[in-house]
Design a protein around this ligand. Structure first.
Ligand code: TNX
Length: 491
């Protein structure tokens, strides 16, 4: 067997990246030259089950064998800004000379490593651990590839969030939208309005404690962990509707000056901020200035959905106060599709979830659109009628339904779509295991919709690749839903 391996002796320069974001040539860079012996074979290559599919992949003939001493394969990495590669783009070449990565920036270099990780074939009875010869040129179709978790209806702690950051970043997801406030609970510490958490975070949807919230320190731990994996955290403070936790925490936010009752079950659309209450505009300014100060990312989500108890004038005025507060704090506001009716500024990013006409209204008005159609992308929908938790109002979403659609299906042009996001609402989700089962494997499909060229996506091909990600998800600590529609590979 050994005789079939070619031996290559070469000197490899490994160029390590300096501090992330540092674009000064030479600064913070270290050059290491080693003599390395690379072992190869010329076995035919079986295409690896990559998710998301790269933009261009050309398989070679043969493999590079992993060093038997367990050391890493040396690679030549360059992530200097280049003329032809954007920050998230990269080229990855594996051949008899070794591994070469050229990336437009640190994010691209990180994504190249994720692809490389999926290319590694573990040792089996027939061959040692190895990576196939391949040449990949890759970059995302859409800038926004997101996952949303509702931590208001049921609270989930920092460790749960970090686990999903770890897993999703491997699939090149780059946005984590946290739905931090809703009727049932206010889950982010605001120093100038402390009762929002001392009162407003004390229950979950079942109406009982302990509830929970993120301190400023917890939130920093999340944003740091995410940034190290090139994920931007997008905090959502939902208003003017979905605010009972705030109304229960402070009487002065109500027209009659009396706090509401903190309750787990609140009919949709019935709570709202009051334009008449004198405290309202100061509250909005204080909250967004604190959230902006805590948030390293560019975006703040202002909610704006289902404020059914307000008339249009009240809704528009309150929504504009929120959008303006975000802009005053040098962030970009995002709102659910209803905000398109508020006369909000052009810089507002609109998140489509229900009514395609609103997505068109936003795009026609020049607002960028994040596509999250409930009937395709709502992770709280059941897979089939045996799924123990979840809802059905937008339909059943099996793995195929989750995958086999496109953000342009409703007639938006590619350049009107900022990207795709899948929300996991947690009215019925109470445990970390339930998050795992609802989010995976469907999130892998959304990751591919957001990243891979439309022309290359095909469900029957995806289905076979996905089958090989079950053990990978298990190894990452994810209790995914083993959908019976996939022939899961048991290795
Ligand atoms: C609609 S989507 C909502 C949420 C619910 C979800 C349940 C949106 C902007 N509003 O408040 O949790 O449906 O599926």
């Amino acid at each position: 067997m050994l005789g079939r391996f070619g031996w290559v002796l070469l000197a490899i320069s490994v160029v390590f990246a300096g501090c992330s974001g540092d674009q000064t040539p030479q600064a913070g860079r270290e050059r290491v030259t080693e003599d390395t012996q690379l072992e190869t074979d010329s076995d035919p290559v079986v295409p690896a089950a990559l998710i998301p599919l790269p933009a261009e992949t050309v398989w070679g003939d043969g493999h590079l064998l992993l060093p038997r001493d367990g050391s890493e394969l040396p690679r030549e990495v360059s992530n200097e800004p280049t003329d032809d590669l954007e920050d998230e783009e990269y080229r990855l070449t594996i051949d008899g000379d070794g591994i070469t990565i050229v990336a437009g920036g640190d994010a691209g270099a990180f994504y190249a490593e994720q692809t490389l990780d999926q290319l590694v074939q573990p040792a089996d009875a027939d061959h040692p651990a190895r990576v196939p010869f391949v040449s990949i040129v890759d970059g995302p179709r859409f800038a926004w590839r997101g996952f949303m978790l509702d931590v208001s209806r049921h609270f989930f702690d920092v460790d749960v969030i970090k686990k999903h950051i770890d897993v999703l970043s491997r699939y090149k997801i780059n946005r984590l939208h946290l739905h931090l406030t809703d009727d049932q609970g206010w889950r982010i510490q605001i120093d100038s309005w402390p009762a929002l958490t001392s009162v407003g975070a004390s229950i979950n949807l079942d109406g009982e404690g302990p509830g929970g919230y993120f301190t400023a320190q917890d939130y920093a731990e999340i944003t740091d962990h995410a940034a190290e994996r090139f994920i931007t955290v997008v905090p959502e403070i939902d208003m003017p509707g979905h605010v009972n936790a705030a109304l229960a925490s402070y009487g002065e936010l109500n027209a009659d000056g009396e706090p509401t009752e903190l309750r787990g079950v609140v009919p949709y659309g019935q709570s709202a901020l009051s334009i008449e209450a004198p405290a309202t505009s100061g509250f909005i300014d204080d909250v967004f200035s604190e959230v902006a100060a805590m948030t390293p990312g560019e975006f703040i989500h202002i909610g704006g959905d289902e404020a059914l108890s307000l008339d249009q004038a009240e809704y528009s005025a309150l929504t504009r106060l929120a959008a303006d507060a975000v802009i005053a704090n040098h962030k970009t506001p995002i709102g659910w599709e209803e905000t398109v009716t508020a006369g909000a500024p052009q810089s507002l990013i609109v998140q489509y979830w229900l009514d395609p006409a609103r997505a068109h209204q936003a795009a026609d008005g020049g607002n960028q659109v994040i596509v999250s159609p409930a009937k395709r992308a709502y992770l709280d929908m059941k897979y089939d009628d045996t799924t123990p938790v979840g809802q059905t109002w937008a339909g059943l979403i099996e793995v195929e339904t989750a995958y086999d659609w496109d953000p342009t299906d409703e007639g938006l042009a590619d350049d009107q779509v900022l990207g795709v996001e899948a929300p996991l609402w947690t009215e019925t989700i109470r445990s970390s295991t339930e998050i795992d089962r609802m989010a995976y494997p469907r999130m892998l499909g959304y990751a591919e919709i957001g990243w891979s060229p439309k022309a290359q996506r095909d469900f029957s091909d995806y289905r076979e690749r996905l089958a090989q990600h079950g053990t990978r998800l298990t190894d990452l600590g994810i209790e995914f839903h083993p959908s019976p529609t996939i022939d899961w590979d048991q290795n």
